[in-house]
Design a binder for this molecule. Sequence first.
Ligand SMILES: Nc1ncnc2c1ncn2[C@@H]1O[C@H](COP(=O)(O)OP(=O)(O)OP(=O)(O)O)[C@@H](O)[C@H]1O
Ligand SMILES: [Mg+2]
Length: 234
Amino acid sequence: MDEPILRTVNLKKSFHLGQTIYAVNDVNLVVDRGEFIVLMGPSGSGKSTLLGLLGGLDRPQSGDVILDGQRYSQLSESGLARIRRNKVGFVFQFFNLIAHFTALENVMLPMRFGGMSKKAMTERARELLVQVGLGQRQDHKPLELSGGEQQRVAIARALANQPAIVLADEPTGNLDSKTSSEIGEIFHRLNVERGQTFVVVSHDPSITRWAHRVVEMLDGRITRVYDGGMAREG
Ligand SMILES: Nc1ncnc2c1ncn2[C@@H]1O[C@H](COP(=O)(O)OP(=O)(O)OP(=O)(O)O)[C@@H](O)[C@H]1O
Ligand SMILES: [Mg+2]
């Protein structure tokens, strides 16, 4: 058996505001290589908190995350930053692009620390923009692009360093339904063609058609796991 690409062990994160809230409460999640997971659950159930822990944006109170063999608890802050840069691709609801950079420059940004030549970075960024269907828009700045196009730039940027996993937090939360389904299809294509692993937080049940598994959270806990539309045999 292959080691899973990502695993959490009794992961806990609490916040103390007068009372203690367990935003993530004893979560054990296993994500296989090439798996597409959709994470659902009501507002406040802990989805974004969990995603932040998975991506090393935040540290837990207790428990651990193991990504591609690396235990976060054993990493220094700079070690964790390296994981965020090299192993994780983030996609957010509001795209988080740099406004005064072109699409191409936004996609190149995460590559800057990898010792690639400018020419190689440019070529790779172009290729990624073509893969998300934006070959013609590479010199546009974010405000000259539609919401769906901006999100596609953000997806290309997330793929810049060939991450072990892409973590997306409500990537279609700010898009209409047609554009949302296009984004879902891009994720699916990257999943099938490149074997890219995904954990996608969404309130939109239609994206579960592309999932191998759907994980539901409530009050910081995983309460239900079931097959998505791409469920694997066995
Ligand atoms: N920085 C913080 N300080 C205090 N409490 C927090 C913080 N971040 C999250 N929480 C609390 O943790 C719980 C889980 O929040 P989280 O943002 O993970 O939920 P969510 O499932 O992503 O919700 P939504 O669907 O609305 O995005 C909530 O009760 C929230 O108020
Ligand atoms: Mg959230």
